[in-house]
Design a binder for this molecule. Structure first.
Ligand SMILES: [Zn+2]
Ligand SMILES: [Zn+2]
Length: 302
């Protein structure tokens, strides 16, 4: 790895102690609430509460894995993992997605029969639990509201979604409190579970694409080629490959063809220009091979 890029790489995976502490705190808070929900779901006999508990169990698992892996994924590269440990966060997302996928199917299998043989639920208990859910997620949102990082904003959106989900359960349980609408419970459970599945399939799709080394979503290879072809002394650009280490850190390699031997200063300038252009177009780590137009290149279309 080139030294200039190395600094950036380090910055990318640097996390300070306080962030680790925040993650740890959020994990234990979430886990506690998840356990309360599971107990409450069994006590009120409500599948809607259980489905929401699965949702929060997924959040807890994600937080726990992120907390556990944060130190490891920020570790410097070594001989065995020459790109570093950034991909551990992908592995965490994959595990999390699989758990939620299995959990969702288990819940759906319990929810479907409820439509045919209705079971009594403790609507008053459900009102209490959903008020607790709104208070808990609302408090987390309030605590997190001033954070500016992209990640924190994502967390905030998620918390807002959770508040919305609990509000729907609250309204449903108030209705069930006043009349025999017990079919509302499996209906809400189904809604929550389908919402979980929709999010999981989106995130799993993204993770699998990164594992398969697909071109990063925000990198336009053709635009990069076109832009670099306009540079002075460049005859052609080919064998352009890009992939992403963890969805944020993108790696690129390319061949640049020059038509005659240029002096070392001009060559260094050209390489710097290429690196600057590719950095602006989303690349963190570029490897450039220079070749002469008289050379036969075996990798031109590989
Ligand atoms: Zn080539
Ligand atoms: Zn190639």
């Amino acid at each position: 790895m080139e030294s200039g890029n190395h600094g950036q790489h380090h910055e990318h995976h640097h996390h300070d102690f306080s962030e680790t502490e925040t993650l740890g705190g959020a994990f234990f808070l979430n886990l506690t609430f998840t356990l309360i929900e599971i107990a409450g779901g069994l006590w009120t006999n409500s599948v809607a509460i259980i489905a929401d508990a699965l949702h929060d169990a997924g959040d807890s698992l994600a937080l726990g894995l992120a907390w556990y892996l944060q130190k490891a994924s920020g570790k410097e590269r070594d001989q065995q993992f020459s790109y570093g440990y950034g991909r551990l966060s992908l592995l965490a997302a994959l595990i999390n997605g699989m758990v939620l996928l299995v959990g969702s199917f288990v819940i759906i299998m319990h929810v479907i029969p409820r439509f045919f043989t209705s079971q009594a639920v403790d609507a008053t208990g459900m009102v209490g639990l959903s008020l607790l859910g709104i208070a808990f997620n609302g408090f987390a949102f309030w605590r997190n509201r001033s954070s500016q990082s992209l990640n924190a904003k994502m967390v905030n959106w998620h918390l807002l979604e959770d508040v919305l989900g609990w509000t729907i359960v609250l309204i449903g349980s108030i209705i069930m409190h006043f009349g025999d609408y017990s079919w509302l419970d499996p209906l809400m459970a189904l809604g929550v579970t389908l919402f979980i599945l929709w999010n999981v399939s989106k995130s799993l799709g993204r993770v699998i694409k990164i594992f398969l080394q697909s071109n990063p979503e925000d990198v336009d290879l053709l635009a990069i080629e076109e832009e670099l072809r306009l540079l002075k002394n460049v005859e052609d650009i080919h064998d352009v490959h890009a992939w992403s280490l963890d969805g944020k850190y993108h790696v690129l390699s390319l061949h640049v063809v020059i038509n005659h031997i240029i002096d070392s200063e001009t060559l260094a300038l050209l390489k710097n220009q290429i690196r600057e252009h590719t950095r602006k177009m989303g690349i963190d780590h570029a490897t450039i091979e220079v070749e002469l137009s008289s050379e036969a290149c075996l990798l031109e279309n590989c």
